[in-house]
Design a protein around this ligand. Structure first.
Ligand code: PNS
Length: 159
């Protein structure tokens, strides 16, 4: 069985992430979406809240499960027997960042391949950071995140 891991901080999950997860699910037998902490970012939602949002939106995908973990991505991928890490790239900045992470993960001793999927044009402008910023400023985040998450994000960003 070929297992892929889709890692991220998912703070919160967006339509861009969901598209990448769905595409990964067509390429691999099993996909594990894993919520990890990005030490460079302070998160708005707790690990449990981020996990719960993802569970709500991937529950229709048969071969996708959700998990959360502390520590290094490479250790997690090894532990679950994944052969690949799948991430989306929206443009040049993402590509440059991801290339550095791939090299770091190799340095950490991982033989796991990273597959970078180009973001679909209809989602390439979306980021969790922008969702949080728009919500904090009272803007409309519909179309960026699943409808069932909108009210909770708005209240958390303005509470
Ligand atoms: O959605 P993000 O913030 O781009 O996801 C980044 C994430 C969480 C995948 C990355 O920070 C990560 O892998 N964190 C786990 C800790 C780790 O392995 N760090 C070393 C490589 S960055």
């Amino acid at each position: 069985m070929r297992i892929a891991v889709c890692p991220g901080s998912f703070d919160p999950i967006t339509y861009g992430h969901i598209d990448i997860i769905k595409r990964a699910a067509r390429l691999f037998d099993r996909v594990i979406v894993v919520v990890l902490n990005n030490e460079a970012k302070k998160s708005l939602f707790s690990m449990e809240e981020r996990f719960a949002f993802i569970e709500q939106v991937v529950n229709t995908l048969d071969n996708v499960t959700v998990d959360s973990a502390d520590g290094l991505l490479v250790d997690y991928a090894l532990k679950v027997g994944a052969c690949a890490v799948v991430k989306g790239v929206r443009g040049g900045l993402d590509l440059e960042y991801e290339q550095r992470i791939i090299t770091i993960n190799r340095h950490l001793g991982s033989n796991i391949e990273t597959i970078l999927l180009p973001a679909d044009v209809q989602y390439a402008h979306i980021s969790s950071t922008l969702v949080r910023e728009i919500a904090t400023l009272g803007g409309n985040i519909e179309g960026l995140v699943p409808r069932e998450m909108v009210a909770e994000i708005m209240s958390r960003c303005n509470g």
